[in-house]
Design a protein around this ligand. Structure first.
Ligand code: NIG
Ligand code: FE
Length: 395
């Protein structure tokens, strides 16, 4: 098998504690890749021999971002809602139904094309692993369709039939829960790894959420929860109770929530782009980090609450608004996202991990926050790209 040495790296972020510190930084570094897998990382001067050498020209190299929360397969857009929010109208879960109507009316090809475009947009900004939720279909037929199309784009598909109660079930949410936990789950489960529920006033209450998550767990799916986005609630406690891999948003955290998260293996996934795009208060990431909770940062790219696909933007916000250090924010957007997906093969450049590597046109990772809004991503290579004959191609 051919080995490739990515050499002359100015600063390498490995997230490998054996190199010391949170980020396992190595300067004047190199990475040895074999068969799409990291085989060695360290100082360039000590690099093993390789069949081929690539020159990083002093750039910073980081693990690809792991975006553990997104909604990418949908039709239509809601720019007018965004405009209204910027002049004081609060975000409400009801807007989801606008996207549901547009998505139901769209054919597979247009959904596939727009989903692919968003994945490409993410990749160009350094994201190499993405989780993707259904939730804009809300019929058995449409949820199955969205799961199938999402599965074409990622292995990390989440069934979010419990996004909101669709109009045809208005006033009979329990009947909709029966549909979600019965025929809809049957249809979607073959394409999904996860089940999720929007546990919030205006969406699903805690009892409905528990029933939905338990049905998914019984089918072998892992649990994730949207909780405490619009106000404090019981969703975080529910996520911890059921051993969910992640509870996402956590905008309105109580002291009890922080304690529960700190004593659990459930990752708190913060979505700073949502607070930014809905003019909501930012939760304190610092509070979670100081308590010892596992924290991830994700984009939540969707047409309603936050239409950014940029993990560097989310990192800059987490540093500026949520009390993260630059190192903590980068860790949360890589290793944290991997933990939120219960993955050990992505989110770090430990030996044995997938060689998902991003070159930044910057002398250090600090530039992700120091130069906000600037396209620093120069080259993105995923494990599959290293297997190509010409790994030197630029994205
Ligand atoms: O994660 N909160 C629920 N779901 C999405 C928003 C979806 C939408 O507004 O279309 C979120 O923010
Ligand atoms: Fe979401």
């Amino acid at each position: 098998m051919t080995t490739v040495l990515l050499d002359a790296i100015g600063q390498l972020v490995t997230n490998d504690e054996t190199h010391g510190g949170l980020l396992g930084l190595v300067s004047d570094a190199a990475v040895l890749v074999e068969d799409g897998v990291v085989r060695w990382t360290g100082r360039s001067a000590e690099a093993p021999a390789a069949d081929r050498r690539l020159d990083a020209e002093g750039r910073t190299v980081i693990p690809g971002f792991v975006d553990s929360h997104s909604h990418l397969v949908f039709a239509g857009e809601r720019g007018a809602e965004y405009e209204a929010r910027m002049t004081g109208t609060p975000y409400s879960a009801g807007g989801i139904r606008t996207t549901v109507a547009a998505t139901r009316a769209a054919d597979d090809d247009s959904l596939r094309t727009s989903g692919r475009r968003l994945v490409a947009e993410m990749r160009a900004q350094g994201t190499t692993t993405v989780e993707m939720k259904t939730g804009y279909g809300l019929t058995v037929f449409d949820e199955e369709r969205l799961a199938r199309l999402s599965r074409e784009l990622t292995d990390e598909v989440t069934f979010l039939g419990a996004h909101v109660v669709p109009p045809e079930y208005r006033g009979d949410a329990d009947a909709y829960v029966d549909l979600v936990t019965g025929p809809m789950l049957d249809a979607v489960a073959p394409f999904a790894r996860w089940i999720d529920v929007f546990c919030e006033t205006g969406a699903f209450d805690v009892e409905q959420s528990r029933a939905i998550l338990k049905a998914g767990l019984a089918r072998g799916l892992g649990a994730r929860v949207h909780a405490s986005q619009l106000g404090p609630g019981q969703g975080i406690a529910l996520a911890v109770e059921l051993g969910a891999a992640s509870v996402d948003h956590c905008t309105f955290l109580t002291d009890g929530d922080v304690e529960l998260l700190a004593s659990s293996s459930t990752v708190a996934t913060l979505l700073p782009g949502v607070e930014f795009s809905t003019r909501s208060p930012y939760p304190s990431g610092r509070r979670l980090l100081d308590a010892g909770a596992a924290v991830a940062i994700a984009s939540d790219c969707n047409p309603g609450s936050c239409f950014t696909s940029s993990m560097p933007f989310c990192i800059a916000l987490a540093i500026r608004e949520m009390g993260f250090t630059p190192a903590e924010a980068l860790w949360a957007a890589t290793a944290g996202g991997a933990a939120a997906l219960r993955r050990t093969d992505v989110g770090s450049l430990r030996v044995g991990a997938r060689a998902d590597l991003v070159e930044l046109d910057a002398p250090s990772h600090l530039y992700l926050g120091y130069r906000p809004g600037v396209p620093l991503v120069r080259t993105v290579r995923t494990a599959a790209d290293w297997l190509l004959t010409d790994v030197t191609r630029q994205d």
